[in-house]
Design a protein around this ligand. Structure first.
Ligand code: FES
Ligand SMILES: [Fe+2]
Length: 407
């Protein structure tokens, strides 16, 4: 159980809060590269800031304040030019540093008046990697964008899912350190939902957890489990999988990025990677992007079981929302199953203190030679390499496609 102050310290993400300062030390996905191929601007809300991502006429990415300094038109309607983004309303233009570089009518009638000189919208670094576009909102100098193994995997087929969930970022991140929920939410509850919808083929055999453990490691926390009929020789126990600090999940074939949008919303990027067969190719433009459901109660206040009898992610999202926009941790009762959650809260606290002392927290990389490929060993890696996870995952495109891409 936490005090109200402790809960606030962990959940509030404003720029001047301890957690806001810690979370601003990291890069986060803000778009799939394919989105800017469909249209060169995108509205982005992240860490409580409203921004516009765009690609200019020369192909350079920019991330600047969402509203024009003139009369606050949305720059998402902006027109990309070779050296910036022009506001659609009266033509003021901004470069990637947010500086106003042109004010056509003002310059015509009052060339002597330097109205534009002190105008600067917020602006942030952007980088592209593995079919995703990442932004960094923290202090300069920006650290390197971490090259996690799956982001740089060659000969890979990728797909990207997205949703915004109406909950604080921490309850979605704490879920990564919660092995036992898999047995219940994705087992017993899933079967209950399948019985309600009549899709009995979706039922799964319940597999009980016998033992769980958590280890602090170089890139975050490793979660281990032994299920009934498994021994300590199993990959689930010997290798486990990761919470990559601060809030990303790493499994054998996926990274799930939890990205704080504001105090009560979290963007979730589901990045899946599978080996390509010989001769297959996939361009960034052809990476499928789909909407992942984030179910809430229906208009009668009842659960959307039709969205809850299958894949794990909608089930997780429904539960995150059910914990209220910001989970009240002053009223919880933690047990043995929550040892990973407790370890994670301590780790967050420690890392916030490092930032308060002016030091870099964990997973801030500044040495390019050490950032060629950051390996995150995970259970089932062998199955990933032999492609056994591939076909199953490729059939998973059952959600509404955001982008129409060639098959
Ligand atoms: S509102 Fe942007 S130029 Fe007028
Ligand atoms: Fe889950």
């Amino acid at each position: 159980m936490l005090t109200p102050q402790e809960n606030e310290r962990l959940t509030q993400i404003g720029a001047e809060t301890p957690m806001g300062r810690l979370l601003r030390c990291y890069w986060y996905p803000i778009a799939a590269a394919s989105e800017l191929m469909r249209h060169p601007t995108k509205q982005v809300r992240i860490l409580g800031e409203d921004l516009v991502l765009y690609r200019d006429g020369r192909g350079k990415l920019g991330l600047i304040g969402a509203y024009c300094a003139h009369r606050r038109a949305g720059m998402v309607y902006g027109i990309p030019e070779s050296d910036g983004l022009r506001c659609p309303y009266h033509g003021w233009k901004y470069d990637a540093d947010g500086r106003c570089t042109e004010q056509p009518f003002e310059e015509t009638v009052r060339p002597d008046k330097k109205l534009k000189e002190n105008i600067k919208l917020p602006s942030y670094p952007v980088e592209e990697l593995g079919g995703l576009i990442f932004g960094y909102l923290g202090r300069q100098p920006a650290p390197l964008l971490p090259r996690w193994d799956l982001l740089v995997e060659e000969n890979a087929w990728r797909e990207v899912g997205y949703t915004t969930t109406g909950c604080n970022w921490l309850q979605s991140a704490e879920n990564i350190l919660d092995p036992v929920h898999v047995e219940w939410l994705h087992g017993v509850f899933r079967n209950f939902a399948a019985d309600r919808t009549g899709r009995h083929e979706r039922r799964r055999k319940r597999i009980r957890h016998v033992k769980i453990a958590f280890d602090l490691a170089n890139y975050g926390i490793i979660k281990r489990r032994i299920l009934e009929h498994e021994t300590e020789d199993s990959d689930d126990w010997k290798i486990g999988h990761w919470l990559v600090f601060p809030c990303t999940q790493k499994g054998p074939d996926m990274l799930r990025f939890r990205v704080p949008v504001d105090a009560t919303h979290t963007a979730q990027w589901y990045y899946s990677v599978h080996p390509l067969s010989d001769g297959e190719r996939q361009t960034d433009a052809a990476i499928p992007l789909y909407d992942m459901p984030s179910p809430t109660l229906d208009e009668h206040g009842q659960p959307r079981v039709d969205q809850l009898d299958g894949d794990v992610d909608p089930q997780d999202n429904a539960i995150f929302v059910s914990q209220e926009p910001i989970c009240d941790r002053t009223k919880e009762t933690l047990g043995e199953s929550d040892r990973g959650v407790v370890m994670y809260r301590h780790l967050l606290d420690l890392q916030m203190k490092l930032v308060e002392e002016g030091r870099d927290p964990m997973n801030v990389f500044r040495d390019a030679a050490a950032n060629v490929r950051l390996d995150l060993p995970t259970e089932s890696r062998e199955r990933f390499l032999t492609g056994r996870l591939g076909p199953r995952a490729r059939q998973s495109r059952r959600y509404r496609s955001i982008l129409r891409v060639p098959a």
